[in-house]
Design a protein around this ligand. Sequence first.
Ligand code: DLL
Length: 439
Amino acid sequence: MGDRKHIIYDPARECMSRDELTAWQSEKLKETVKREYENVAMYRERMDAKGIKPQDIRGVEDLKYLPFMEKTDLRDYYPFDLLASPREDIVRIQGSSGTTGKPIVAGYTRNDVDVWSTMMARTLTAAGCTREDIVQVAYGLGLFTGGFGAYQGADKIGAMVVPMSSGNTQRQIMMMKDLGVTMLCCTPSYATYLGETIREMGLVPGKDIKLKAGCFGAEPWTEAMRVKLEELLGIDACDIYGLTEIAGPGVAFECLEKQGMHINEDQVIPEIIDPATGEPLPYGESGELVFTTITKTGMPMLRYRTHDICSLTDKKCDCGRTFARMSRITGRTDDMLIIRGVNVFPSQIETVLVRAEGVAPHYMLIVDRVNNSDTLEVQVEMTEDMFSDTVSHIEGVRRYITDQIKSVVGIAAKVTLVAPKSVPRSEGKAKRVIDNRKL
Ligand code: DLL
């Protein structure tokens, strides 16, 4: 990517001094708190219950006094009771799957769609995208924010957009080849599937496929998976993060330094809190990520608890951007598995599997309870070569993975090496855990 490594979409904002940024955030925060208090009954009641009036919030330093918002609020006030703008000013609804069958929906004003598009234009630019690029959007286009977000950002840059949406893998690859697509936007699990299918079709990345970079997110993935994906597709693979309630993808994005994701801090204020006590934690400490939107008008969110776990740093990045960076998401407070009393994050197991020889990055974790004791089975696919190898070699690999999981995660798991292509592929967010204890 060389010459494109350090292009910045919005340098006046993305490189502003931390002092300027704090002043900006404080002003915008005050406006947002006032808007929310005046227009959203639920939030006004919560602030009143804590004895806080909008004028008590003088700047970012007072953020910690505000009450939290939660995903359950979106369910309880579904669909429109959290709107802080008149219904007719809402020009878009996006959503994500909820736990009760109804989706979680968020309303966006014209301003909010613009804010989001800008964040995505910055995101794609940070991965090297210019108006010369051809961007294939293989995130789902629909209520899910991935497709529209990537489309809007690429459109704002003036790149050529190929809005494929997810699925139809052969056709995706045909378009990628015929149009000379240079950038790919989809989930990392789908990118892996696309990469493998490209190879199976006898196409050669760098020759038949012109991809240079990809913006992959919407689900957790590991550094080891990045190495695998970059090798498979011959690209720079950048992590991007976001959530429907805050804006969709582009809330945070990696630049080509690949040292964590810059948070669009002129639009959102991040905090890390201790998930048990709700107390803010300093830079460097791992905890639950919380966001406050400061420029949205449709459905602003104040201290929204994401349940995603990561840490923040405000150390300056070599790219020149001053926005704080978040680490990869290492798990969610609600997807952490507790197996025989040990906290297990699927990402720990992924790291072991992706580094092991002879297995493909397709796996499933099956948790169960047998005779009152928790069990964990890790099913992972063998590569074609491994599948036709000797029984004793396969057994050696299986034992190696079992030992690694024991030493990294601290529990004994049953490792099963399954045939190539037997773990279901996903075109969107991958499902990697089946917890039969919850049935
Ligand atoms: O997944 C938005 C998005 C689309 C982000 C495309 C990136 C790319 P939701 O469907 O509302 O929105 O899901 C949000 O997905 O709270 C995280 O748990 C998870 N997530 C999103 N990005 C990442 C990432 C979109 N890069 C939820 N790493 C979030 C890990 C991620 N988890």
